[in-house]
Design a binder for this molecule. Sequence first.
Ligand code: NAI
Length: 694
Amino acid sequence: MSADYALYGEIAVITFNNPPVNGLGLATRTAAVDGLRRAQEDPRVKAIVITGAGKAFSGGADIREFNSPKALTEPTLHTLIRTAEESAKPVVAAIHSVCMGGGLELSLGCHYRVTLPGAQVALPEVKLGLLPGAGGTQRLPRALGLETALDMIVSGNPVPSEKLPALFDEVFGADVDLVPAAVAFAAKIADVRPLPKVRDRQAAHADPAAFLQDARGRVAAAAGPFPAPLECVETVAAAVTMPFEAGLAFERERFMHLIGTPESKALRHAFFAEREAAKVPGVPADTPRRPIERAAVVGAGTMGGGIAMAFANAGIPVTVLESTQEALDRGLAAIRASYEGTVRKGRLTPEQLARRIALIGGTLRYEEIALADIVVEAVFEQADVKEAVFRQLDAVMKPGAILATNTSTLDVDRIAAVTRRPQDVVGTHFFSPAQVMKLLEIVRGRATGNDVLATVLALAKKLKKTGVVAGVCDGFIGNRMIEQYVRQAGFLLNEGCTPAQVDGAIERFGFAMGPFRMSDLAGNDIGWAIRKRRAVERPEITYSRTADLLCELGRFGQKTGAGWYDYRPGDRTAHPSAEVDAMIAAHVHGLGHAPRVIGDAEVVERLVYALVNEGARILEEGIALRASDIDMVYLTGYGFPLFRGGPMFYADTVGLPAVLAAIGRFAAGPHGEAWQPAPLLARLAAEGRGFNDR
Ligand code: NAI
C-alpha cells in the first residue's frame, strides 16, 4: 500500500506514501484510485483531499518504472487523473514541497488546489526530451493562461507556488498545518455544484496565433538538436486550437513519438547514468562519512585557484598553501580577478563576492592547514614534487584528514605509498576551469578507504559536481580515452585533413569544441611533455609528428597567441593559420604519400570510435565501473554532445557490429597499428549486446 486513506469527519484524506518523493508508481496509483472509489461509495464522505506524506506532494511518475511495462499497467496515470476529475464528490489537491510532472498533472485534474507557499511546481518532462503526457499540456494553459504555461512546459523549470496564484484556490500561510487546513477548505466547498474543472476553461491569451508563432521561432532557435521543446509548443498550441479530448489525443501521440527519439533516449540515459555514478559497489549508502567543514589546497596555480573557488562557492572555508609569497599573491589575485569578472557579468553580487573571498585564506606554512578535513594537492605534475608535498602532509595533517591529489597522470598508489596513511589518500581529478566544470574523477587507490570514497562522493555533490569513480591507470578514464582521440586527429592531418576540417566535422557532430581548438585552449606544451615521456616509457606508441613540429615553432596555443590556429590579442576566435598549413603540407610531403580527401563521416568515426575502443578496454579492466560512468565523464568533462548520450551509449545506438566493422577497416588503413579492437567490444558485438546492457 503506498497511499493511506483516512476519514476526518465528512472528509476523506488520501495521502501518498511512497518515499522519497511520492512517485506515482503502480502501487501508489492503485491505492489512490481505490481510495477515490471508496470515498464515492461511502455515504458519510462529502469531499476528498489528496496529499502527500513526507517531503513531497508528488514528484511525478516513478522513475523506477521508466522503461518498464508497469507504467502502462492499469490504473495508469491517465486513469487516476480521470477518476479524480470525474468524481461526483469534490476533490482537493493539498500541495506542499514538491509538485512536479505527473503530480502537477494530477492536481490539474482535481477540482480544487490549495498549497503552502514555497512548493516547487514544475512540468520537467522536457528535460528528459519528452512532454507532459498526462494532460499537462492541455490543462496547464487552461489553468494559467497560454504564456505562463508555455514557459513552464518548454523550460521545465520549477516555479514557487506563491508565484502562481491563478493555479490555486487558496495559498495558506507558511506556518499553517496543511492537512487540517485543506480539510477545512474541503468542508467549506463540499456542497458547491457544478464541480469546477480546469478542462472546461479556455486557455487565455489576447492574441494566441501571434504569440504561438513568435514562440515557435524563439523555441526553435534555443532548442538546438532537441525535438521536444518544439513539440511542447505544438501540443500547448492544441490547447487553443482543438477541443479538450482531441488535444489530449494529440498530446498522447506526440508523447509516444518523443519517447522513441534518440535524443530523449540519450537524455534519459544521462539522467540515470548520473544517479548510477554515485553508487559504488562495496560503498553502500550508509557508509560512514567524515565531516568536511574546512578544506586546504596546496598550489595556487590554474587548478589550485579554481579548486579553492569550488570550495568557497559551496560555503566551505579553504586555505591555499603556496611555496613562495609571490606565487601565493599571484594565485589569490587570480581568484579575485575571476570572481570580479563574474560580478561584471552580473552572475554574482558584490556581497556574494565579499563572502566568498572571505572564505579563502592563504599561507606558506603547513602548520596552518593541519586542521583541514581535506587537503587537495595541485602542485606541478612531477612525481618528486608531489611526493615531497605528501610527506609534509603526512607529517602535519591531523589524523583522519583526507589527502587528495589532483594529478592528471601520476600513480595515486605511489603517492599514497610515501605516507603512513594510504587509506586516507584519494585522487580528486578536477577539470579546468575547476570552479565551472561539472566533472570530478574520483580516483580510488588500492588502499583508499571506503569511508574516504563515500565522503568524496558526497563532497562532489556538495560542490555541485558529478563524481565518477575511476581506478588507477595512466590518464584514468577521461584523459586515457582522449589521448586516442587526439592521436587520431593527428593521423588525419598526416592523411590530408586540415585542423579546421577535423574540428568542423566533430563540432557538426555536436562536440562543443574540436580537438585542435581544445588543444590550443589547454596548451599544446602539455601533450608535448606527455609524448616526450611516452617516447622513453613506451616507444612503440606512434603519433603524428605534426604536434611536435607545432611546439617546435613555439605555437603553444592561446596563451602564446598562436597554436593550431592564429589568435588576435584579447580574442579567443580561432583563425586558420597559413604557417600551420604550410608546416602540415611539408610534413605530409615528406611522408611520401598523396593526401586524400576525407569526408566528415570518416573524421567522426575515426575520432569517436577511438574513444569507444579505449573506453571498452577501460571497462574490461575495471578502471570504470560501468559504461554509463564513461558516458558521464564525456558528457560532463569533455563536451560530448548530450543529445548523443556519451560515447558508449552512442556506440550502442550505432550498433557494436557496425563499430567493429569500421575499426576493422581502419586497421587495414595507413595508421592501422592504432586499431586493435578491444576484446570486450568484439565479444559484445558477437553476442549482439551493447555496452549499456551488460
Ligand atoms: P600550475 O603550474 O598552474 O600550478 C602549480 C602551482 O603549484 C604553482 O602555483 C606553483 O607555485 C605551486 N607549487 C609548486 N610546487 C609547490 C610546493 N611544493 N608547494 C606549494 N605549491 C607548489 O599547474 P596546474 O595547471 O594548476 O596543475 C596542477 C596540477 O593539476 C597538476 O598535477 C596537473 O597535472 C593537474 N591538472 C591540471 C589540469 C589543467 O587543465 N591545467 C586539469 C586537471 C589536473
